[in-house]
Design a protein. Structure first.
Length: 607
């Protein structure tokens, strides 16, 4: 359909109003978007009959939607959820011949009988004939236009299983078989919600595999694919139309992450899409996704009819925000700037004198199902490090990151962290883990909502091994005053243990000597003294009280930040004494290399 024709179609669709609303939608940015004054005219599910022919629209290349035929095969009452019917259909036409059936990314494709909206293509049958599919009724989708503040939504917990998979009863399959004149066995039995193609830019194959695994562990129903990067653009002048490709962007920039689907309907500044949930969170809250247009590169067919065809698309212009994510679809608001947090990184390669500055803009800081900001920030740093290091393998890294934001009490905070890393396997990946852990701890703390305002990292990388190994440990006490290598050391309550540590730097011929003093608690119970690098067994999700050594979570958000700041670094030489009933004392020396190796001594307390 030509763009001019689509404008005429839109004018026809909104010409008759079934519902007049006078409320306003308050967007997270504080601006108000008027609700739909003339919603699309819908075709009632009750009037559908098997054998009816409809027309659907979607984009399979570029930005212009094309049409395909849809035959109504039957209706399953309450098939998607209580009160939400499932419409069984079969699609056909040249478009379907090209794609091989319904593809991931068709989600939201509007289906019309005449000028009335039947619903959106939202379900498919995989491992079976993929020309069969399911439609979410427009009657239920248009109710999203009424939500002023996210109230009145169906419960995700009570209906999640029903929405993921829809099982076709024999009665419906028999009706469908008679309609298309095939055997009942030819009608597939289990419809599944179409997975959302997830555009991801910047990652190498290794990075993509690891990021995809992270998404799977989060239980997200998405299909990641490699796309081009997008940026924060001026708001688009021309609004999206039914049939257009639309994307909900978690982030853009070096690491662009966005789910791609199809626009189902529009009304004034509001837009409906997908016909099923993305993350199913209801209203977007403080951090809505950015709403982008998309240009489809192509549809990748699935000749096996097992895994499903899928769209590959790149994001185009910023249109607004996604402010609702519901059972029957997502809702967007045109013309509203999404809130965002910049994630920046400056990475240098000490071996080649290469340097690169990168930036990723994160819209969705977190969802109930997934902690987006920690993952996006860490993998965005990986994107930049992989480019600059220009290899995957062993090496050393130095990283400084600064996290700034507003804490649960409304006060600003800033956390600065410096550390060194060494890996004999994959230095760029292993160097991003601590950034993720710190962000996760802060964002997911029990103390309340946190808003990040910036994440800034500065890293240097080298293929050299910047490490020092513990090659000798000598200890002494008041009971055994001579410094010697020992397996067991006798001490008195309140004593002081002297340590002499020999550290041999990689490539050096002579070891450096470091002296440490560790106080002994006033206890009669023995224990063990362990010497190692601070990051060897540091637990970023465990905390210890400084006085009695018992496991203890922070009592306040401020204490959480303080304990994170005190987390030992990989270049800290740490002598840790544990005696009595979980009593702990330690002494630390900060080196200019990563500390490797481990030594231990049994401690016996005598009177």
């Amino acid at each position: 359909m030509l763009r001019t024709g689509r404008w005429r179609l839109r004018a026809t669709l909104i010409a008759s109003s079934a519902l007049l609303l006078s409320a306003t939608v308050l967007t997270p940015g504080g601006s108000a978007a008027p609700l739909c004054d003339a919603p699309p005219e819908v075709f009632p599910v009750a009037d559908l009959e098997a054998g009816m022919i409809a027309t659907a629209w979607t984009v399979i290349e570029g930005t212009d939607p094309v049409s395909f035929d849809v035959e109504i095969l039957g209706v399953l009452p309450d098939g998607i959820a209580p009160g939400v019917d499932f419409i069984l259909v079969q699609v056909s036409g040249p478009v379907i011949d090209e794609t091989g059936g319904i593809a991931f990314g068709f989600s939201g494709s509007p289906v019309y009988i005449g000028s009335e909206l039947v619903g959106s293509i939202s379900y498919g049958f995989f491992g079976a004939d993929q020309t069969f599919g399911g439609v979410t009724p427009a009657e239920d989708m248009v109710r999203l236009l009424e939500y002023p503040d996210g109230t009145g939504a169906l419960s995700a917990n009570s209906t999640a299983k029903a929405a993921d998979t829809v099982r076709m009863p024999l009665r419906l399959r028999e009706v469908a078989a008679r309609t298309v004149n095939v055997a009942v066995s030819s009608i597939p039995s289990d419809a599944e919600q179409l997975r959302v193609p997830l555009a991801v830019s910047g990652l190498t194959d290794r990075g993509m595999r690891r990021f995809s695994r992270t998404l799977r562990l989060g239980g997200l129903s998405v299909l990641p694919y490699r796309s081009g990067a997008a940026g924060v653009t001026e708001l688009a002048a021309t609004p999206l139309e039914p049939g257009d490709a639309v994307a909900g962007a978690v982030s853009v920039g070096d690491l662009t992450v966005a789910g791609v689907g199809t626009t189902t309907a529009t009304c004034d500044e509001l837009l409906l899409a997908f016909g099923h949930p993305f993350f199913w969170e209801g209203r977007a809250g403080r951090f809505p996704m950015g709403m982008y247009g998309a240009e489809v590169v192509q549809v990748i067919p699935d000749p096996s009819q097992v895994f499903g065809a899928f769209k590959i698309a790149n994001l185009t212009e910023l249109h607004g925000i996604i402010d609702q994510d519901r059972l029957t679809g997502i809702r967007g608001v045109e013309g509203v700037e999404p809130t965002s947090v910049p994630v920046t990184s400056l990475v240098s390669n000490l071996d080649t004198a290469t340097i690169r500055a990168g930036e990723t803009t994160v819209f969705r800081q977190d969802t109930d199902s997934f902690p987006w900001l920690p993952d996006i920030a860490a993998f965005a740093l990986l994107v930049n490090e992989d480019v600059v290091h220009d290899r995957i393998g062993d090496g050393s890294a130095t990283l400084r990151f600064v996290l700034e934001g507003t804490g649960p009490d409304g006060d600003p905070f800033s956390l600065v962290r410096n550390n060194m890393y060494y890996s004999d396997y994959d230095i760029t990946y292993e160097s991003i883990i601590e950034l993720f852990a710190f962000l996760y701890q802060i964002q997911e703390s029990e103390f309340g909502d946190v808003t990040f305002t910036s994440v800034d990292a500065e890293a240097s990388l080298t293929q050299d091994q910047l490490t020092s190994e513990i090659v000798r440990l000598r200890v002494a006490s008041s009971v055994q005053p001579a410094l010697r290598e020992r397996d067991r050391l006798r001490v008195r309550p309140g004593d002081t243990i002297r340590l002499e540590v020999s550290l041999l730097a990689e490539g050096a011929l002579e070891a450096d000597v470091v002296e440490l003093l560790v106080p002994v608690p006033n206890t009669r119970f023995g224990g063990r003294l362990v010497l190692q690098g601070g990051g060897a067994d540091s637990c970023l999700f465990c905390f210890f009280d400084g006085e009695n050594g018992e496991d203890q979570s922070p009592a306040t958000f401020g204490e959480l930040l303080r304990q994170l700041r005190r987390t030992p670094r990989n270049n800290d030489l740490v002598a840790r004494l544990e005696v009595g009933r979980n009593m702990r004392r330690e002494s630390t020396f900060r080196a200019d290399t990563v500390i490797l190796g481990r030594e231990s001594v049994d401690i016996v307390v005598t009177r």
